[in-house]
Design a protein around this ligand. Sequence first.
Ligand code: SF4
Length: 119
Amino acid sequence: MAIDPNFEETRERVAEHEGHDVWGPVEEPEELGIHGTHVAVDFDICLADGACLEDCPVDVFEWVDSPGHPESERKADPNNESACIDCMLCVDVCPVDAIDVDPSRENRIGPSPDFDDAD
Ligand code: SF4
């Protein structure tokens, strides 16, 4: 199953993590949602292949640990998504289609809401 490219319509922003939005549902540790908006990674699909980290020319991704998640113990977190130059390499190399890049998405959905429990 690939990331839903229309997740901004089918999911809600439930938190902020390292400066990017998290789109639920989130039920840790088994369900982690989608991280990022411009560069979105479905953590519940990501199996930590690492090709996106290796190939991204502007180092958008960093590993974040995800102990107890059924797919992998770490995830490619788009915590530098503002640096993205939309080359689409990460989308092409991801073996499980966990990444969707859309530079216009942030403008369509507006600014992030304030989250009480931001971490
Ligand atoms: S589209 Fe290119 S620049 Fe943007 S995150 Fe993916 S690999 Fe990096």
